[in-house]
Ligand binder design. Sequence first.
Ligand code: FO1
Length: 316
Amino acid sequence: MSRRLVVALSGGVGGAKLALGLSRVLPADELLVVANTGDDFEHLGLSISPDIDTLTYVLAEIDNPATGWGRRDETWSFMDSIGALGGEDWFRLGDRDLALHVERTRRLRLGQTLSEVTSDICRRLGIGARLVPMSDDRVRTRVRGDAGWIDFQDYFVRRQCRPVVHELAFDGVMRARPQDDILAALRSGDVRAVVICPSNPFISIEPILAIPGMREAIKASGAPVVAISPIIGGKAVKGPIAKMMRELGHEASAAGVAARYGDLLDGYVVDHADADRVGTVGARVTIARTLMTSLHDRETLARVTLDAADALASLQ
Ligand code: FO1
């Protein structure tokens, strides 16, 4: 019986593009998307899960294509008013987007898990693939800059990634348990591939892998693990990856990212621009166009990734 299920690990914007590609080339019941929740925070009294939000909007195809986060066709009356009242308006919450945060916060306060809330919202938005948080336990990415420790969104949005990053920490991760569906899938013997989407390895993928038992469960799944480089031609497609890698003392390159994942990787998909710079990568390298600007790019890269995984599985 051939293995069917694809488990994709993803953060926000970049990873979500590939998650959409996978959701369009796979039957709904063959994709489980695992969202990073280290970026989560409480803001304006609301529980906000940015990467779950971005993956939800992207998979529902109601995302804002210009920013990659938030919803399309948005209005900003709430933000204008909160600013006029002297409230915090640095983290932009559109009027439609706001409803998701208010409703999620209400349900969490009723004692629902983040998984339950996410699953019901995805159902209501017509998303077929499963989207789950990496854990239902609280994990918070913190950044140590020159002025000490700050919350992730403070670093990423409020300070626009300007602080020099000396250290990252994932508060609570050692007490966190992998979300139930993830462990059940990885232990099912039915996983065709574990895909590490092209998100920031440090802030979007590492928190997922740092959860006790997660790496081991991925390795024990028997499925090939294939990552897509989030760096093209030595530069990040979006966000602070390259700057952060340099500040943390890593080589800001496709090979540097692969080194970060270490022996977890069986396959690695890199762009043509990096084809001659991945000689040191231990995993089996596939060269492809990894810049995703169109829907077709997303689907094509998803197929390339699955073909790479299937090729690895046939070697095992
Ligand atoms: N990113 C920004 O750069 N500026 C924002 O104002 C902003 C608001 C926002 C609201 C809801 C949401 O779900 C995400 C939002 N993001 C914003 C993106 C978010 O900070 C990042 O995408 C992730 O945390 C990093 O992957």
